[in-house]
Every structure is written in structure tokens, then in C-alpha cells.
Design a protein around this ligand. Structure first.
Ligand SMILES: Nc1ncnc2c1ncn2[C@@H]1O[C@H](COP(=O)(O)OP(=O)(O)O)[C@@H](O)[C@H]1O
Ligand SMILES: [Mg+2]
Length: 258
């Protein structure tokens, strides 16, 4: 049989998709419970490869729960999640997926008693020292300020500086997808601007799923959006479509006054 006659499969031997047009991540009718509470009530979404998708919704809509569900921190009770074509189910596949997905949680997830450098080295513990240097150079190019506070304890940094360290941690290994939960939260506008600029640069290197309530950041960084409310999908489309939908942005995002 000639190679062209072999049965075609979208999956490589390790179960990962090699179809560049397939979504990097997909959620299909995902239901997640926290204790007895049915928080995600059938969330579906697709995160396109090489683009930034923004997940939007009011406080308590279920955005953080969606990211935690993707990471397997709160596994879904029903529905399917696939990363690079491989279905996530059970602890082992979540562990495998975590190798390719970086997660920057809302509380930033850095070690406050360690220096910035130690935080980054710890995140890079599985890579060679040569690769660590390359990744560090990439991050200091992205966040030039970080060079100044490399030897400072992370707990002494400002919110914006901590956010830079948190995002850099996600870039210390070869992640294909970065999940970032409300990076603008509690930051001064000038710092938000710096984070926006970094994310715009980052977009050409890694696929991003960004949870963000700051509409300026969402609209500049995002290519696609999903809007959720009360654990349900409300709308999705291109960021341009959202920007032009005054009713949606006013109702769910508080843009343009009441
Ligand atoms: N540990 C928890 N126990 C009970 N309810 C929770 C817990 N964490 C989140 N929730 C509830 O789940 C819903 C979604 O929360 P979350 O995903 O954090 O929303 P968002 O990130 O969109 O603000 C909210 O109603 C919240 O009160
Ligand atoms: Mg949240």
C-alpha cells in the first residue's frame, strides 16, 4: 500500500492532532459541579490555534470555573474536553495535557517567599539550562522591567510586576496554549497597558485563552470571544462582531454606560 492509501487519521501515535485547522481546545456541553452546586451548565467552546480567544462574562458567570475545568482542577461531571485532538478524561490525560497548557490563575500562583529568578527556575525545572536561558531571554524581552527585580522576593513586588512573573512562569516550558485569568485585575491603567502590549506580542508565539473583564484589553488582544452567563453560553464570534454589538456589550460587560 502506498503511503497515500494509508487510512488517514487526524491523530498522531501519541494521540495528538496534526490537523492545523482543528481547534487546539474544544469543550462540548461541559457540566461542572462545585460541591452540590451545578456551576457550568453545558458550556461549549472552541479555541482556535494561533489566535487569542477571550472568555467574557459578569462576575460569577463561571469563567474561572471554566479554566479550572480545562486544567482538570475541577473535572467536569458531563461533557467532553479535547486538547490537540486528544480527549481529556481521567487523571492521566489531564496530567499529559497540563504539559502543553500553561495556566496563570487569578491569584497569579507565584511563590511569594522565593525570588523572581527562583520562581522562574522552578517553573523551568524540566527544561535544559540552555533552553531556560532562551526562555528567560524571551520573557525579559517581553517584560524588560523584569530584569530589575529578578533577585527580589516575589511577594514584595507590585501587582503588575507579579503578573509579569506569573505569565513568564507559563512560558518557561514548551506550552502550546496559555490560559490567563483576569490579568488586569487590580492593576493601574498604565500597567494594564504594559500587559496588553505583552499579550499582543505573545499572540504570535502561543495560542491564548484569556479571561478578561477589562473591555479595552479584551478588544485589543482578542481575535474571538465567548460570552457566558450563569454557567451558560450566551454568544460567540469574532471580536469585531462583539465590539459592534452595543446591546451585548452594554448588557453583559457594562460598556457604554447604563
Ligand atoms: N468554592 C466554591 N464554592 C461554592 N460556589 C463557588 C465556589 N467557587 C465558585 N463558586 C460559584 O461558582 C460561580 C462561578 O464562579 P467563577 O467561576 O469564579 O466566576 P467568574 O470567574 O466568572 O467570576 C459563582 O456563582 C460562584 O459563587
Ligand atoms: Mg473569576
Amino acid at each position: 500500500m502506498k503511503p497515500s492509501n494509508l487510512p488517514t487519521s487526524a491523530l498522531t501515535p501519541n494521540g495528538l492532532s496534526n490537523d492545523p485547522s482543528a481547534p487546539m481546545l474544544s469543550l462540548d456541553d461541559v457540566h461542572t459541579y462545585i460541591g452540590q452546586f451545578h456551576i457550568l451548565q453545558g458550556i461549549s467552546m472552541q479555541v482556535r490555534r494561533g489566535a487569542a480567544t477571550v472568555l467574557l462574562g459578569r462576575n460569577g458567570a463561571g469563567k474561572t470555573t471554566t479554566l479550572k475545568t480545562i486544567m482538570g482542577l475541577i473535572p467536569p461531571r458531563n461533557g467532553a474536553i479535547a486538547f490537540n485532538g486528544a480527549k481529556l478524561d481521567g487523571e492521566i490525560t489531564y496530567k499529559l495535557a497540563r504539559r502543553g497548557i500553561g495556566y496563570v490563575p487569578e491569584d497569579r500562583g507565584i511563590f511569594r517567599d522565593m525570588t523572581v529568578e527562583e520562581n522562574l527556575k522552578l517553573a523551568a525545572r524540566s527544561v535544559s539550562s540552555g533552553e531556560y536561558r532562551q526562555r528567560l531571554d524571551f520573557c525579559t524581552e517581553l517584560f524588560p522591567d523584569m530584569q530589575r527585580f529578578m533577585r527580589q522576593k516575589a511577594g514584595t513586588l507590585s501587582g503588575g510586576q507579579q503578573q509579569m512573573v506569573a505569565m513568564s512562569r507559563g512560558l518557561m516550558v514548551d506550552n502550546k496554549l496559555l490560559l490567563i485569568d483576569e490579568p488586569s485585575k487590580g492593576l493601574a491603567p498604565i500597567v494594564v497597558q504594559a500587559v496588553i502590549e505583552a499579550l499582543v506580542k505573545l499572540k504570535s508565539h502561543i495560542t491564548i485563552l484569556l479571561v478578561e473583564q477589562n473591555f479595552t484589553m479584551a478588544s485589543i488582544v482578542g481575535d474571538y470571544f465567548y460570552l457566558i452567563d450563569d454557567g451558560h453560553n450566551v454568544a460567540n464570534g469574532t471580536m469585531e462582531e462583539l465590539i459592534n454589538d452595543k446591546e451585548l456589550t452594554r448588557k453583559y460587560l457594562g460598556v457604554g454606560g447604563v
